[in-house]
Design a binder for this molecule. Structure first.
Ligand SMILES: [Zn+2]
Length: 284
Protein backbone atom coordinates (compact mmCIF):
# COMPACT_ATOMS: atom_id res chain seq x y z
CA UNK A 1 0.00 0.00 0.00
CA UNK A 2 1.13 3.58 -0.73
CA UNK A 3 1.18 5.97 2.22
CA UNK A 4 1.64 9.71 2.68
CA UNK A 5 3.21 11.16 5.80
CA UNK A 6 2.57 14.40 7.67
CA UNK A 7 4.94 15.84 10.29
CA UNK A 8 4.08 18.61 12.75
CA UNK A 9 7.37 19.69 14.36
CA UNK A 10 6.54 22.07 17.20
CA UNK A 11 8.45 23.66 20.04
CA UNK A 12 6.81 21.44 22.65
CA UNK A 13 5.67 18.37 20.72
CA UNK A 14 6.22 16.46 17.50
CA UNK A 15 3.35 14.65 15.77
CA UNK A 16 3.63 12.22 12.87
CA UNK A 17 0.76 10.68 10.93
CA UNK A 18 0.42 8.36 7.94
CA UNK A 19 -2.51 8.59 5.55
CA UNK A 20 -3.79 6.93 2.40
CA UNK A 21 -4.01 8.61 -1.02
CA UNK A 22 -7.29 10.31 -0.05
CA UNK A 23 -5.70 11.68 3.11
CA UNK A 24 -7.58 9.38 5.47
CA UNK A 25 -5.42 9.00 8.52
CA UNK A 26 -4.16 5.48 9.21
CA UNK A 27 -2.01 5.99 12.27
CA UNK A 28 -0.71 8.85 14.38
CA UNK A 29 1.96 9.16 17.10
CA UNK A 30 3.32 12.01 19.19
CA UNK A 31 6.26 12.73 21.45
CA UNK A 32 7.72 15.69 23.34
CA UNK A 33 10.25 17.84 21.48
CA UNK A 34 13.80 17.01 22.65
CA UNK A 35 16.64 19.39 23.49
CA UNK A 36 19.05 18.32 20.76
CA UNK A 37 18.65 18.16 17.00
CA UNK A 38 20.05 14.61 16.86
CA UNK A 39 17.43 13.38 19.30
CA UNK A 40 14.59 15.14 17.43
CA UNK A 41 15.70 13.67 14.09
CA UNK A 42 16.06 10.19 15.60
CA UNK A 43 12.55 10.53 17.09
CA UNK A 44 11.13 11.68 13.75
CA UNK A 45 12.64 8.74 11.89
CA UNK A 46 11.48 6.26 14.52
CA UNK A 47 7.95 7.71 14.45
CA UNK A 48 7.83 7.62 10.64
CA UNK A 49 8.83 3.95 10.70
CA UNK A 50 6.17 3.29 13.32
CA UNK A 51 3.24 4.92 11.46
CA UNK A 52 4.14 3.69 7.99
CA UNK A 53 5.00 0.07 8.96
CA UNK A 54 6.19 -1.65 5.76
CA UNK A 55 4.19 0.49 3.36
CA UNK A 56 5.74 2.47 0.55
CA UNK A 57 6.07 6.19 1.39
CA UNK A 58 5.11 8.28 -1.64
CA UNK A 59 5.30 11.76 -0.17
CA UNK A 60 5.99 13.70 3.01
CA UNK A 61 4.83 17.11 4.19
CA UNK A 62 5.99 19.00 7.27
CA UNK A 63 4.95 21.99 9.36
CA UNK A 64 7.55 23.84 11.44
CA UNK A 65 7.99 27.32 12.90
CA UNK A 66 9.61 30.00 10.75
CA UNK A 67 11.80 31.38 9.46
CA UNK A 68 12.59 28.91 6.70
CA UNK A 69 13.47 28.64 3.03
CA UNK A 70 10.52 26.67 1.67
CA UNK A 71 12.07 26.01 -1.75
CA UNK A 72 15.36 24.64 -0.41
CA UNK A 73 13.66 23.17 2.65
CA UNK A 74 16.18 24.73 5.06
CA UNK A 75 14.66 25.47 8.47
CA UNK A 76 15.61 27.60 11.52
CA UNK A 77 12.52 27.59 13.76
CA UNK A 78 12.82 30.61 16.07
CA UNK A 79 11.62 28.82 19.21
CA UNK A 80 13.76 25.69 18.69
CA UNK A 81 17.35 26.87 19.26
CA UNK A 82 18.76 23.39 18.51
CA UNK A 83 17.50 23.72 14.93
CA UNK A 84 19.54 26.28 12.98
CA UNK A 85 19.93 26.22 9.17
CA UNK A 86 18.96 22.56 9.00
CA UNK A 87 18.60 21.22 5.43
CA UNK A 88 15.53 19.20 6.42
CA UNK A 89 14.34 18.52 2.86
CA UNK A 90 17.74 17.13 1.87
CA UNK A 91 18.00 15.06 5.07
CA UNK A 92 14.53 13.53 4.72
CA UNK A 93 14.63 12.95 0.97
CA UNK A 94 17.94 11.09 1.18
CA UNK A 95 16.78 9.07 4.20
CA UNK A 96 13.30 8.16 2.89
CA UNK A 97 13.64 8.44 -0.89
CA UNK A 98 10.36 10.30 -1.39
CA UNK A 99 9.47 13.91 -2.20
CA UNK A 100 9.42 16.13 0.90
CA UNK A 101 7.83 19.52 1.31
CA UNK A 102 8.12 21.79 4.35
CA UNK A 103 6.49 25.13 5.10
CA UNK A 104 5.86 27.57 7.93
CA UNK A 105 3.39 25.99 10.36
CA UNK A 106 0.77 28.70 9.90
CA UNK A 107 0.86 28.28 6.10
CA UNK A 108 0.51 24.53 6.53
CA UNK A 109 -2.37 25.03 8.97
CA UNK A 110 -4.09 27.24 6.39
CA UNK A 111 -3.70 24.46 3.80
CA UNK A 112 -5.12 21.93 6.30
CA UNK A 113 -8.14 24.04 7.15
CA UNK A 114 -8.77 24.75 3.46
CA UNK A 115 -8.47 21.13 2.40
CA UNK A 116 -10.27 19.42 5.31
CA UNK A 117 -12.34 22.19 6.90
CA UNK A 118 -14.88 22.61 4.10
CA UNK A 119 -13.50 25.96 2.92
CA UNK A 120 -14.71 27.13 -0.48
CA UNK A 121 -13.50 30.73 -0.15
CA UNK A 122 -11.17 31.86 -2.95
CA UNK A 123 -9.41 34.33 -0.63
CA UNK A 124 -8.89 32.60 2.68
CA UNK A 125 -6.98 33.84 5.73
CA UNK A 126 -6.19 31.38 8.50
CA UNK A 127 -4.92 32.63 11.86
CA UNK A 128 -3.28 30.60 14.62
CA UNK A 129 -3.53 31.93 18.17
CA UNK A 130 -1.40 29.62 20.28
CA UNK A 131 1.94 30.21 22.07
CA UNK A 132 2.64 32.79 19.39
CA UNK A 133 0.42 34.16 16.66
CA UNK A 134 0.62 33.93 12.90
CA UNK A 135 -1.35 33.42 9.74
CA UNK A 136 -1.41 31.96 6.27
CA UNK A 137 -3.21 33.51 3.32
CA UNK A 138 -4.43 31.32 0.45
CA UNK A 139 -5.61 32.56 -2.92
CA UNK A 140 -7.51 29.84 -4.80
CA UNK A 141 -5.94 27.34 -2.40
CA UNK A 142 -2.36 28.49 -3.13
CA UNK A 143 -0.12 30.00 -0.45
CA UNK A 144 0.46 33.73 -0.88
CA UNK A 145 4.17 34.54 -0.51
CA UNK A 146 6.04 37.79 -0.12
CA UNK A 147 9.31 39.08 -1.50
CA UNK A 148 11.92 36.31 -1.96
CA UNK A 149 9.43 33.83 -0.52
CA UNK A 150 9.14 35.81 2.74
CA UNK A 151 6.28 34.81 5.01
CA UNK A 152 4.00 37.76 5.89
CA UNK A 153 3.98 38.09 9.70
CA UNK A 154 0.45 39.21 10.53
CA UNK A 155 1.15 38.83 14.27
CA UNK A 156 3.64 41.68 14.10
CA UNK A 157 1.27 44.39 12.94
CA UNK A 158 0.66 47.39 15.16
CA UNK A 159 -2.83 47.75 16.58
CA UNK A 160 -4.56 50.46 18.66
CA UNK A 161 -5.06 48.36 21.77
CA UNK A 162 -6.90 48.40 25.05
CA UNK A 163 -4.95 47.18 28.03
CA UNK A 164 -5.20 47.95 31.73
CA UNK A 165 -1.41 47.42 32.04
CA UNK A 166 0.04 48.95 28.86
CA UNK A 167 3.60 48.80 30.25
CA UNK A 168 3.41 44.97 30.09
CA UNK A 169 2.80 44.93 26.34
CA UNK A 170 6.12 43.94 24.76
CA UNK A 171 6.48 41.71 21.73
CA UNK A 172 9.20 39.06 21.55
CA UNK A 173 10.25 40.66 18.24
CA UNK A 174 11.21 43.85 20.08
CA UNK A 175 8.29 46.08 19.07
CA UNK A 176 6.05 47.56 21.79
CA UNK A 177 2.66 47.27 20.10
CA UNK A 178 2.35 44.03 18.10
CA UNK A 179 -0.92 42.13 17.89
CA UNK A 180 0.95 38.95 18.93
CA UNK A 181 1.95 40.60 22.25
CA UNK A 182 -1.76 41.09 23.03
CA UNK A 183 -3.55 37.97 21.84
CA UNK A 184 -1.04 35.08 21.78
CA UNK A 185 -0.63 32.66 24.69
CA UNK A 186 2.78 34.11 25.61
CA UNK A 187 1.50 37.67 25.22
CA UNK A 188 -1.53 37.01 27.42
CA UNK A 189 0.71 35.47 30.07
CA UNK A 190 2.93 38.54 30.11
CA UNK A 191 0.08 41.08 30.14
CA UNK A 192 -2.31 39.37 32.55
CA UNK A 193 0.14 37.27 34.56
CA UNK A 194 -1.76 34.03 33.86
CA UNK A 195 -2.57 31.64 31.02
CA UNK A 196 -5.49 32.33 28.67
CA UNK A 197 -7.66 29.62 30.27
CA UNK A 198 -7.66 31.62 33.53
CA UNK A 199 -8.78 34.96 32.05
CA UNK A 200 -12.00 36.45 33.43
CA UNK A 201 -14.80 37.79 31.25
CA UNK A 202 -13.54 41.39 31.25
CA UNK A 203 -10.03 40.26 30.28
CA UNK A 204 -11.38 38.07 27.44
CA UNK A 205 -13.32 41.11 26.24
CA UNK A 206 -10.12 43.16 26.15
CA UNK A 207 -8.28 40.41 24.21
CA UNK A 208 -11.24 40.17 21.82
CA UNK A 209 -11.17 43.94 21.27
CA UNK A 210 -7.45 43.84 20.43
CA UNK A 211 -7.90 40.84 18.13
CA UNK A 212 -10.81 42.65 16.46
CA UNK A 213 -8.54 45.60 15.66
CA UNK A 214 -6.06 43.17 14.11
CA UNK A 215 -8.85 41.51 12.10
CA UNK A 216 -9.95 44.91 10.91
CA UNK A 217 -6.42 45.69 9.61
CA UNK A 218 -6.14 42.30 7.90
CA UNK A 219 -9.59 42.63 6.34
CA UNK A 220 -8.68 46.11 5.08
CA UNK A 221 -5.39 44.91 3.53
CA UNK A 222 -6.26 41.43 2.20
CA UNK A 223 -10.02 41.85 1.65
CA UNK A 224 -10.51 38.09 2.24
CA UNK A 225 -13.82 36.23 1.90
CA UNK A 226 -13.26 34.22 5.05
CA UNK A 227 -11.06 34.34 8.15
CA UNK A 228 -10.81 31.26 10.36
CA UNK A 229 -9.02 31.10 13.68
CA UNK A 230 -7.47 28.09 15.38
CA UNK A 231 -4.90 27.29 18.07
CA UNK A 232 -5.26 27.01 21.84
CA UNK A 233 -6.25 30.60 22.59
CA UNK A 234 -8.88 30.75 19.82
CA UNK A 235 -10.32 27.33 20.66
CA UNK A 236 -10.20 28.13 24.40
CA UNK A 237 -11.97 31.46 23.92
CA UNK A 238 -14.52 29.73 21.72
CA UNK A 239 -17.43 31.12 19.70
CA UNK A 240 -18.12 33.95 22.13
CA UNK A 241 -14.55 35.27 21.87
CA UNK A 242 -14.49 35.04 18.07
CA UNK A 243 -17.88 36.72 17.80
CA UNK A 244 -16.77 39.59 20.08
CA UNK A 245 -13.65 40.12 17.95
CA UNK A 246 -15.72 39.99 14.76
CA UNK A 247 -18.02 42.71 16.05
CA UNK A 248 -15.05 45.01 16.77
CA UNK A 249 -13.70 44.33 13.28
CA UNK A 250 -17.03 45.16 11.67
CA UNK A 251 -17.51 48.31 13.70
CA UNK A 252 -14.13 49.72 12.63
CA UNK A 253 -13.91 48.43 9.07
CA UNK A 254 -14.92 50.92 6.40
CA UNK A 255 -14.96 50.72 2.59
CA UNK A 256 -13.94 47.06 2.42
CA UNK A 257 -16.64 44.38 2.79
CA UNK A 258 -16.42 42.48 6.08
CA UNK A 259 -15.27 38.87 5.72
CA UNK A 260 -16.92 35.99 7.54
CA UNK A 261 -15.00 35.21 10.74
CA UNK A 262 -15.21 31.67 12.12
CA UNK A 263 -13.56 29.28 14.53
CA UNK A 264 -11.40 26.56 12.94
CA UNK A 265 -13.27 23.34 12.24
CA UNK A 266 -10.11 21.29 12.88
CA UNK A 267 -9.17 22.86 16.24
CA UNK A 268 -5.72 21.73 17.38
CA UNK A 269 -5.05 19.43 14.46
CA UNK A 270 -4.78 21.91 11.66
CA UNK A 271 -1.01 21.87 11.07
CA UNK A 272 -0.77 18.07 11.09
CA UNK A 273 -3.75 17.74 8.74
CA UNK A 274 -2.17 20.38 6.50
CA UNK A 275 1.14 18.49 6.48
CA UNK A 276 -0.75 15.41 5.25
CA UNK A 277 -2.45 17.49 2.55
CA UNK A 278 0.95 18.76 1.42
CA UNK A 279 2.24 15.21 1.09
CA UNK A 280 -0.51 14.19 -1.34
CA UNK A 281 0.33 13.99 -5.08
CA UNK A 282 -1.86 16.96 -6.05
CA UNK A 283 0.06 19.26 -3.70
CA UNK A 284 3.65 18.04 -3.91
ZN1 LIG B 1 6.23 41.64 17.15
Amino acid sequence: MEVFVGLDIGGTKIMVAAADREGHELRRVRTATATTLEEDLANLNRMITEVTADNEIKGMGAAIGGPLDWEQGIVSPLHQPAWRNIPLKEIMESKWGCPFRVDVDTNVAAVGEYRWGGVAAPRFLYLTLSTGMGGGFLVDGKIYRGQDGAHPEVGHQSVPFRCANPATVQCECGAPDCLEALVSGNGIRRVYGKPAEELNAAEWEEVAYNLGQGLRNMAALYAPDLIRLGGGVAVGGGERFIEAARRVMEEHLKLVPAPRVELSRLGYDTALRGAIAMALPENL
